[in-house]
Ligand binder design. Structure first.
Ligand code: PMP
Length: 414
């Protein structure tokens, strides 16, 4: 398929690219072709400006001040909580906790939910395609409490084998923690079905939405997930900020994860009582500017529309997949029926790192390595993959530049 026959012009990519200052530069004298969006997305000017504006006009600590700047900063911070709540359709702001990212959100649940609800010989289920940040926090809990981690397997296409839940779920299963979209395979997991299976067995579910929140609209009430975690920097917001959604009833019963300022109601040496939700889980001064930047990012994404974003990115994936499939010696890793935005591949007799380095000289930014999913690499018996990942600001010209660079790279390194 020729890239000029994109079947539907969904929106004006050139206009969108103008919102992203970083995209307009040369790398090694070639136009930058940024295809490392699964690692981190670029920031629109509106997000950069919102952070600049905060530090230029509003900077102050929140919640504890009565002065003008503190109240203004608090209002902006709390407005973002409402933006996030509406974005994922949570019932209440109490269910939205600001963290430093997906990793911090999952660790919070592992430690706090783990402390309250998980006991010796209990079981936690994850899947074979989890990011390390949805494996290691559970392993730490398992070690601390003598708990067993059980793993739902995948098939050769990189899809979960759901039937195996029958063998894994027991009366000792306390939580299922599952990635929505795999960062190394691109698989979209059927989380609706997984949540249904879990709830039939009275098991809560945590959804790692780090790779889905930027591609598809999520309604936590419709999904009925118990926890959901994501990072600001993957959805065109700043680094160092993220979200944990949790059902109010669960969060209410869970003990604090960190102690310190802001998370208390009253402190004496005899007894300390804790603040109400969501502040109970937000000890210390958070990333105020980051939270405000995340709010601007969500508003920006909403103004474009996740449906259009999803459609455009799927077309890019489809076209890129067809084009790389024609390259001799190249094998795609991750061929699930339901995929989005991630194209992982290996090339016979060439190490992915060499591919990434060579492509960089052509101005093409892709990621190579295990993508923090070493069990996935072990499953496919490979050390690493090369991964191109797409965003709505990528154009057909980007795909052409990527394919030309890849062919040139393979020719040079074969
Ligand atoms: N889960 C998935 C699926 C991811 O892709 C990532 C980031 N690569 C994470 C979790 C961790 O996100 P962060 O590093 O922003 O905490």
């Amino acid at each position: 398929m020729e890239s000029n026959i994109i079947n539907e012009k969904i929106f004006d990519v050139e206009k969108i690219r103008n919102d992203f200052p970083i995209l307009h530069q040369l790398v090694h004298k070639k136009p930058l072709c940024y295809l490392d969006n699964a690692a981190s997305t670029q920031k629109p000017k509106i997000v950069i400006d919102s952070i600049n504006d905060f530090y230029s006009t509003t900077n102050s600590n929140i919640h504890r001040g009565v002065h003008f700047l503190s109240e203004k900063a608090t209002q902006k911070y709390e407005n973002t909580r409402t933006t996030v709540k509406n974005f994922i359709n949570a019932k209440s702001e109490k269910e939205i906790i600001f963290t430093s990212g997906t990793t911090a959100s999952i660790n919070l649940v592992a430690q706090s939910f783990g402390k309250k609800y998980v006991n010796e010989d209990d079981e936690i289920i994850v899947t074979y395609m989890e990011h390390h940040s949805n494996i290691v926090p559970w392993q730490i809990l398992c070690e601390e409490k003598n708990v067993n981690l059980r793993v739902l397997p995948i098939n050769n296409n990189g899809e979960l084998i759901l039937e195996k839940f029958n063998e894994l779920i027991t009366e000792r299963t306390k939580l299922i923690s599952v990635v929505h979209v795999s960062n190394s395979l691109g698989t979209i997991n059927p989380i609706e079905e997984i949540i249904k299976i879990a709830h039939q067995n009275n098991i809560p579910v945590l959804v790692d939405a780090a790779q889905s929140i930027q591609h598809t609209s999520i309604d936590v009430q419709k999904l009925d997930c118990d926890f959901l975690a994501y990072s600001g920097h993957k959805i065109y917001g700043p680094t160092g900020v993220g979200v944990l959604f949790g059902k109010e009833k669960l969060l209410d019963e869970m003990p604090p994860f960190m102690g310190g300022g802001d998370m208390i109601a009253k402190v004496t040496f005899d007894e300390t009582t804790y603040n109400e939700l969501p502040y109970k889980f937000e000890a210390g001064t958070g990333n105020i500017a980051g939270v405000i930047g995340l709010g601007a990012a969500i508003d920006y994404v909403k103004s474009i529309g996740l449906e259009k974003i999803h459609k455009h990115e799927n077309q890019l994936l489809e076209i890129a997949t067809q084009k790389v499939s024609e390259i001799k010696g190249l094998k795609i890793i991750g061929t699930a029926k339901e995929k989005t935005s991630v194209l992982s591949f290996i090339v016979e007799n060439i190490h992915p790192h060499d591919i990434g380095t060579f492509m960089d000289f052509e101005g093409v930014a892709i990621r190579t390595g295990h993508h923090c999913t070493q069990p996935v690499m072990d499953f496919f018996k490979i050390p690493a993959t090369s991964r191109a990942s797409f965003s709505f600001y990528n154009s057909l010209e980007d795909i052409d530049q990527f394919i030309i660079a890849l062919k040139k790279t393979i020719e040079a390194l074969s």
